[in-house]
Design a protein around this ligand. Structure first.
Ligand code: BGC
Length: 768
């Protein structure tokens, strides 16, 4: 930026900005943007007093506590999650923190003035797009809104694997597979940080259920953790380069995540070379020296911890030598480095909120929403609905008012307010927010000539009568999930009974699910069609109507397995059930690295719907599958052709497994592509497989090991639907634990699916 432009920006924005690049370079050399973030952080650190260093590692809650025992510093953004003061004398900006991965949230219980912002669909919905570009665009959109709202740190995305389908925060995450989840989260991080807002990947690690999240110990073999949950973080961090990592509430093998030297120092900082800082989750710190020496760099919202561990106790620990001064320097330096790397000094945040183009932002959310909708069943091609449909009955789910969203710290308050203010709890983790984008109105707008009636579904008798009147019935069913509690896989209230009744009365009954994650479907064989729409964000009603009427092909694919019954899960009842309140407990991660579809495969279980599954309104054929080694990389190529009659997007998936076994499961997802094709056209695609997906992690040898032998490479439409297979012999390889894409002549930092080259195609140009 030219000095004049920078000076202008300074006038317009926060008082902490540098006067001009040249002047700053002379008097405060760390503000010189031509220096590297490391050099700038070192220079700033040198100029700091001990108190200033301490101030950087201690966070305040940004909102009043509900019990009125705490008031945040006046400079905090009211209703926000966190605040760390800046250092005015040095031109170091405050850190204004807000949740989360789905949009700019307000701390519900403590604010009387909600910020009304655009909501993306749930994390699981974005993962269901299998489209990292949409995740990146969504990240950029919410970060731009965060910046306009006065924030420079966004507390997301979350990438804990969905090991437990009842997990109350599964909706915030990116599914059960490390490659898919890591790629989607990595893309979201790139989007967020493109707006000069720090992304905070969370919750590191293995925070895979909400019940007892602060009490439980996730017990897992370290090597298996590296091949599963940690691999998702590793890929996301490598591909997105987030400024910060948030350590989780839970313990891992008996040690708190925020006190685990193995996790924070060895895996994250040493092996993965993470140069940013580690912040704690709100209330996840349990000691001063234990946390500081294990690798925690910043205590968040200290009022949630039993003591302000990184406040005066840290100062005393440094004075007594139980925490070396060098360690405090390292903590402060990491925070400064992130601030410079992400551009917080050059792109200061203003004091007054900036206008937001909500209509444009809603279009970003809608593209994400529409591509994440998964068509699970479509008997007799009842969908897409014909515009000639005469009588349509819509039942349930408050479809006349809006679409449901998840609860807890990620809750985004929409413009126009909560469409169903009387639903669900008023207090934490509520309220249960419905975004005012009613599917009913969107369906009416799509097909004005169709007579459409709506019923709430509370009176099944009345609904039965109307179902006989209608040519088609669409039942909306919702499940509310929220942070701090887990969910039942059984739809609540009379919803299952309502669906079964509608299906009995009308064979053309379509179910639209708005759920946080998988649910059981006792009525599946009776209904004609099922759409899983997850939690749609702003504009979700339109996205649902687009898919129902077929103006958008359903191109979402499941990022999680849907179980047939609870008996198929690694834990039939939720771990911790029946524990006395407040009592620590251990959860044996029985599946190890066999998360999700790998567990089903390993145990020969047939789920209700497999990972990767989803129908389209058209059909695809696959051919010419080949596998070869190129520059020591397994490269897979194949052809996909639209053999149906409509334009649509295929999501061909490549799975790999050793013929001789020896993995946690027969096969793993090794790559995929998403390609839009008009009927009769085809594309030839090629993708390179990350070697870590072909390896097991040898904990003792601290390395990834690929066993020599024959591997089966399969191409399919889901983990359970393999269309073509070839075999290839791989030589044995060993890669250091620190291996990343970029070593061995590889291209560092590129998301894996972007290796996927379209070699020749007749793609649908109208489709993003
Ligand atoms: C959640 C975090 C969130 C933080 C701040 C915690 O309860 O676990 O995900 O970022 O609160 O709101």
């Amino acid at each position: 930026m030219r000095p004049a432009a920078l000076a202008l920006l300074c006038l317009a924005a926060a008082a902490l900005c540098v006067e001009s690049a040249t002047a700053a370079g002379a008097t405060r050399p760390w503000l010189d943007p031509t220096l590297s973030p490391d050099a700038r952080a070192a220079l700033a650190l040198k100029a700091m007093s001990p108190q200033e260093k301490l101030s950087l590692v201690f966070g305040y809650f940004g909102s009043p506590k509900p019990d009125a025992s705490y008031r945040p510093p006046p400079a905090a953004r009211m209703g926000s999650a966190g605040y760390v003061p800046g250092i005015v004398r040095l031109g170091i900006a405050p850190q204004w923190e807000t949740d989360a991965g789905l949009g700019v949230a307000t701390q519900g219980a403590s604010s009387d003035a909600y910020r009304e912002r655009t909501a993306l669909p749930s994390g699981l919905a974005t993962a269901a797009t299998w489209n990292p570009q949409l995740a990146e665009r969504g990240g950029a959109m919410i970060a731009a809104e965060a910046r306009a709202s006065g924030f420079n740190v966004l507390l997301g995305p979350g990438v804990d694997l969905v090991r437990e389908p009842r997990g109350g925060r599964s909706f915030e995450y990116a599914g059960e597979d490390p490659l898919l989840a890591g790629t989607i989260a990595g893309a979201a991080i790139r989007g967020i940080q493109s707006q000069h807002v720090v992304a905070v990947i969370k919750h590191f690690a293995l925070n895979d259920q909400e019940s007892g999240r602060t009490l439980l110990s996730a017990d897992i073999d370290r090597g298996e953790a590296r091949e599963s949950d940690l691999l998702a973080f590793e890929l996301a961090i490598e591909q997105g380069d987030p400024g910060a990592v948030m350590c989780a509430y839970n313990r891992i093998n008996g040690i708190y995540a925020c006190e685990s030297r193995w996790l924070l120092e060895q895996v994250l900082k040493r092996d993965w070379g993470f140069a940013g800082y580690v912040m704690s989750d709100w209330g996840a710190v349990h000691g001063t020296a234990t946390a500081a020496l294990a690798g925690l760099d910043q205590e968040s919202a200290a009022v949630f911890d039993h003591e302000p561990y990184f406040g005066s106790p840290l100062e005393e620990a440094i004075a007594s030598g139980s925490v070396p001064q060098q360690r405090l320097d390292g903590m402060a330096k990491r925070i400064l480095r992130t601030m410079f790397a992400v551009g917080l000094a050059e792109h200061p945040i203003g004091d007054t909120p900036l206008p937001i183009d909500s209509a444009a932002d809603e279009r970003v959310a809608e593209a994400d929403e529409a591509q994440g909708i998964v068509l699970l069943k479509n008997a007799g091609e009842v969908l897409p609905l014909a515009h000639t449909t005469k009588r349509l009955l819509i039942v349930g789910g408050h479809a006349d008012r809006g679409v449901i969203s998840g609860g807890g710290s990620s809750t985004v308050y929409p413009a126009g307010g909560n469409a169903v203010p009387d639903a669900g709890p008023k207090g934490w983790p509520g309220p249960e927010v419905y975004l005012p984008s009613p599917p009913l109105a969107a369906l009416m707008a799509q097909s004005p000539q169709t007579r459409i009636r709506y019923l709430s579904g509370s009176d099944i008798g009345e609904a039965l009568r109307q179902a006989r009147w209608a040519d088609r019935v669409i039942v909306f069913a919702t499940q509310w999930a929220a942070e701090s509690q887990d969910v039942s896989l059984t739809l609540s209230g009379n919803q299952n009974a309502l669906i079964a009744a509608m299906a009995a009365a009308n064979p053309h009954t379509v179910v639209v699910l708005e759920t946080g994650g998988p649910v059981l479907m006792p009525w599946l064989s009776q209904v004609a069609a099922v759409l899983e729409t997850w939690y749609q964000g702003s504009g979700g009603g339109e996205a649902i109507a687009d898919v129902l009427f077929g103006s958008v092909d359903p191109s979402g694919r499941l990022p999680v397995t849907f179980p047939e019954s609870l008996q198929q899960l690694p834990h039939v009842s939720l771990p911790g059930t029946g524990q006395p309140p407040g009592q620590p407990f251990r959860v044996e991660y029985r599946a190890g690295a066999a998360v999700g579809y790998r567990w089903y495969d390993r145990n020969g279980l047939k789920p209700l719907f497999p990972f990767g599954y989803g129908l389209s309104y058209t059909r695809f054929d696959y051919g010419s599958l080949q596998a070869h080694l190129e520059n020591r990389r397994l490269v897979v190529s194949f052809e996909v052709k639209n053999v149906g009659t409509r334009a649509g997007a295929a999501v061909p998936q490549v799975y790999v497994g050793p013929k001789a076994g020896g993995w946690e499961a027969p096969r793993r997802l090794a790559g995929w592509s998403k390609v839009s094709l008009v009927p009769g056209t085809s594309a030839r695609l090629s993708l390179a497989v990350d070697p870590r997906l072909l390896a097991t992690f040898d904990e003792a040898g601290e390395s990834w090991r690929i066993a020599p032998g024959t591997y089966e490479v399969s191409l399919g439409e889901s983990a359970a639907d393999v269309r073509l297979s070839v075999e290839i012999r791989l030589p044995g390889w060993r890669h250091a634990a620190a291996w990343t894409a970029g070593t061995d002549g590889d291209v560092r930092g590129l998301p894996l699916p972007s290796y996927c080259k379209v070699i020749a195609s007749g793609r649908d140009p109208s489709h993003p």
